[in-house]
Design a protein. Structure first.
Length: 95
């Protein structure tokens, strides 16, 4: 992964992961985070770069993170209505 500490701006791993999780929950892609960042907001720009590298690493390793599992589950349930027509309730643990 890239070094995103340029001396003046840095972000802890836990901060970056929490911000990426929030962005994913809102449906924001890395490009959205970059577009929404104000030019003077270096932390938001840094987050956009970290998020992009993080998603590239997941893709390279053919992996999903916890947020992806939740989001893809919701997309699947919405897209494949016939697969869930019998289902009256869904229980989701670990939220």
């Amino acid at each position: 992964m890239k070094d995103f500490n340029d001396g003046a701006y840095s972000m802890k791993d836990s901060e970056a992961l929490a911000a990426i999780s929030k962005a994913k929950a809102k449906g924001h892609l890395p490009s959205d985070v970059k577009k929404l960042a104000r030019p003077e907001d270096r932390n938001a720009q840094l987050l956009g770069a970290i998020y992009e590298a993080y998603m590239d690493a997941l893709k390279e390793h053919n992996s999903l993170d916890f947020d992806d599992l939740l989001l893809f589950g919701v997309k699947l349930l919405k897209a494949e209505r016939q697969a869930t027509s019998w289902c009256q309730h869904v229980l989701v643990d670990e939220l």
